[in-house]
Design a protein. Structure first.
Length: 231
C-alpha cells in the first residue's frame, strides 16, 4: 500500500496505530533518497581528492604520518649529504691551507718588527744588553729564529749568539725563497735608532713563503729604512 501526504487531512482524528504505520511508510519512502544523496556527495568528494592527488583513506594517512621517514627518503637525504660533502670538503681543506699561509706571513712580519722593538728598547737577555736583535731565516726551513746578537757582528752565529726564540711556521708552510745570492739571511737591528742590516740578501729584502703541494705564495718585504710588510 502506498501513502502520500494528501492521505492525512487536517482536522481529522486518526488512531495511533494508523499514524505509526503511515509514519513508517513515509520514512521508508524518503530514506533511500537521503542515502543516495550522501553517496553522491561522497563520490564527488573522493573524485576531487583523487584529482588533487590526496589520500582517499584518512586511516591510511594517519598511519603514514605515524611512520615518519621511510627508507627511500632516508637514502635520498643521505645521498645529498654525501654529494655536498664531496664538493665542499676539498675546497675547505684548500681554504684552510691558504689561511695558514696568510697567517704565517703576517706572523713573520710581526716577529721582525718585534726584533726591531727589542733592539730599540735595549732589552736585557741573560743579565746583559746585547748590541742588537735580529731574525734568521733559511730557504727550505719550516721555522725561523729570533736571536740576540751578543757578539755585535750583525749576523746570526750558531753557538755564538743567544737563541732568543724559535718559531714554527704553520702546517705545510715553508720558506720558499730569499732574495739575494745566499739561501739564508740575517735581518739585524741595533738600537737605539734603530739601524738595520740585512746579511745574505739584497736590499730591500723579499722573503717568500710557500705552501707544500700548492703554487700559493706570500711575500714579506723589508727595506733599508725599516719598513716591513706582508703581501
Amino acid at each position: 500500500m502506498t501513502y502520500s501526504f494528501a492521505s492525512l487531512r487536517a482536522g481529522e482524528f486518526y488512531p495511533a496505530s494508523l499514524l505509526l504505520r503511515r509514519s513508517c511508510a513515509l520514512k521508508a519512502h524518503f530514506t533511500p533518497c537521503a542515502l543516495n544523496l550522501n553517496k553522491i556527495r561522497s563520490a564527488k568528494l573522493m573524485l576531487v581528492r583523487i584529482l588533487l592527488g590526496l589520500n582517499t583513506d584518512p586511516k591510511i594517512k594517519m598511519q603514514k604520518t605515524k611512520k615518519g621517514f621511510n627508507l627511500v627518503e632516508m637514502l635520498i637525504v643521505l645521498g645529498v649529504v654525501i654529494f655536498l660533502s664531496a664538493i665542499l670538503l676539498p675546497s675547505y681543506g684548500s681554504m684552510r691551507a691558504k689561511f695558514a699561509l696568510l697567517r704565517s706571513a703576517y706572523q713573520l712580519a710581526q716577529d721582525i718588527k718585534m726584533a726591531r722593538e727589542m733592539a730599540i728598547s735595549a732589552m736585557v737577555v741573560a743579565g746583559v744588553t746585547p748590541p742588537g736583535y735580529g731574525v734568521y731565516l733559511a730557504e727550505g726551513d719550516f721555522d725561523y729564529m729570533i736571536y740576540a746578537d751578543t757578539n755585535g757582528n750583525e749576523i746570526f752565529n750558531a753557538g755564538g749568539d743567544e737563541d732568543f726564540k724559535s718559531i714554527d711556521l704553520e702546517n705545510k708552510v715553508y720558506i720558499q725563497d730569499i732574495s739575494g745570492p745566499t739561501s739564508s739571511v740575517s735581518i739585524n737591528f741595533t738600537g737605539p735608532d734603530p739601524n738595520i742590516s740585512i746579511i745574505g740578501s739584497s736590499m730591500p729584502a723579499v722573503i717568500t713563503l710557500g705552501l707544500e703541494g700548492s703554487s700559493e705564495t706570500k711575500n714579506i718585504h723589508i727595506n733599508g729604512i725599516g719598513l716591513i710588510y706582508a703581501e
